[in-house]
Design a protein around this ligand. Structure first.
Ligand code: NAD
Length: 361
């Protein structure tokens, strides 16, 4: 198999963690007998410095010619005085999502074995291991619905969902659940919102095509409580845009460090469901407080690379390989600073990369 990817390392810790992820990617290439052409391109602050804007046309072109985008992180104090729409995050990530119509955001919150102490929840609530996937609709709902305006003493936002929008995100969630624990909980507020009554009906209808996936429904306020009370009851959570924004942040806090959390944003395929093209990135930012010190945790970037194999290349086994390698290294007691307990010996970014590579090969 031959693939081409755009490598957008960005700013701060982006290039440091990307270097480790690319080593893992090369090991997977070898293991599965693939060739992956890697095309680096500037994005974020470095693109502002080199090209005058956070998302240059040349970078968009590189992405358009690729099967997937492997993204690091963007931003930093150097560019914070620019007008908001020109700043690295607003000027690069949002336009990228829009340009490629990335409508499905997948964010797993994973607490690996032995890392329960990094979670703010009690160890008995986390259990042996926790892995909850939040699938968030990213391009519709209250954030984008029209009309949206301010007028005198009044401000208006509108929640709108079409049948097609709900169907395509539901398919993504059901397909993800199928590759995992085969349980899907759809989040809504059907007791109050008309759009959410519609949401529940359409998700139920789509569910008939996935008899192997157990579907349940939960109101968003209850889901916010259940994630803290008993997160292990969940496998995949399906959410509209705003609910997903809030619940995915809540779920990520359960995992402890931002350095552990991968994500994927997928585009639509010609068949109308999620396609293979997507942007794969850590959930955290460029961490300017630790950039350049060689201490950033590369695991989020490495797991994001695993997700690229799963969702962009249709190779869930490669994601499992990465997950198992990370799990093994962590169970051996190796920790970067962000996930270590006070006084525990820590390893740096490159050393963590070495260990995961060794566990993988
Ligand atoms: P941040 O995620 O960069 O950092 C928050 C905290 O988490 C920091 O203490 C940081 O050291 C830690 N952290 C994050 N990733 C880590 C890792 N891999 N290993 C160890 N520790 C890690 O958020 P912030 O400080 O609010 O933002 C910093 C910059 O990043 C800003 O310019 C912001 O705009 C940008 N940002 C970019 C993205 C993105 O590129 N997707 C996302 C969020 C923030």
């Amino acid at each position: 198999m031959k693939k081409k990817i755009a490598v957008l390392a960005g700013d701060g810790i982006g290039p440091e963690v990307m270097a480790q992820a690319l080593r893992i990617l090369e090991a997977l290439e070898k293991k599965y007998g693939m060739t992956i052409d890697k095309h680096p391109a500037d994005v974020g602050g470095i693109a502002i410095d080199n090209h005058g804007k956070a998302l240059p046309e040349s970078t968009i072109k590189t992405c358009e010619e690729s099967d997937a985008i492997l993204f690091g992180s963007v931003g930093g104090p150097k560019w914070e005085k620019l007008p908001p729409e020109q700043q690295p995050e607003r000027g690069a990530l949002l336009p990228l999502r829009k340009h490629f119509q990335l409508f499905a955001n997948l964010r797993p919150a994973i607490v690996f074995k032995g890392l329960a102490s990094a979670s703010p929840l009690k160890a008995e609530i986390i259990g042996d291991e926790l892995d909850v996937l939040v699938v968030r609709e990213l391009t519709g709902g209250l954030y984008f619905g029209q009309p949206k305006y301010r007028e005198g003493d009044k401000a208006v936002d509108t929640m709108v969902y079409t049948k097609a929008e709900i169907e395509r995100i539901a398919h993504v969630a059901f397909q993800a659940a199928r590759q995992r624990g085969k349980k899907l909980c759809s989040i809504d507020k059907a007791n109050v919102l008309t759009t959410m009554v519609f949401w529940r009906e359409i998700v139920t209808e789509v569910g008939k095509q996935y008899p192997d996936v157990q579907l349940s429904h939960m109101y968003v306020d209850n889901a916010a409580m259940q994630l803290i009370r008993n997160p292990r009851q969940f496998d995949v959570l399906l959410c509209e845009n705003m609910f997903g924004d809030i619940l995915s942040d809540e779920a990520s806090m359960i995992a402890g460090s931002l350095g552990m959390l991968p994500s994927a944003s997928l585009a639509q395929s010609p068949q109308g469901t999620a396609g293979s093209f997507g942007l794969f990135e850590p959930s955290g930012g460029s961490a300017p407080d630790i950039a350049g010190q060689g201490i950033a945790n590369p695991i989020a970037q490495i797991l994001s690379t695993g997700m690229m194999f799963q969702y962009a290349f249709g190779m869930p086994q490669a994601y499992q390989d990465v997950h198992q390698a990370v799990s093994k290294v962590l169970s051996q007691g190796h920790r970067t600073r962000d996930i270590a307990t006070p006084g525990q010996k820590t390893v740096g970014t490159a050393e963590m990369g070495d260990l995961i590579l060794k566990a993988l090969t």
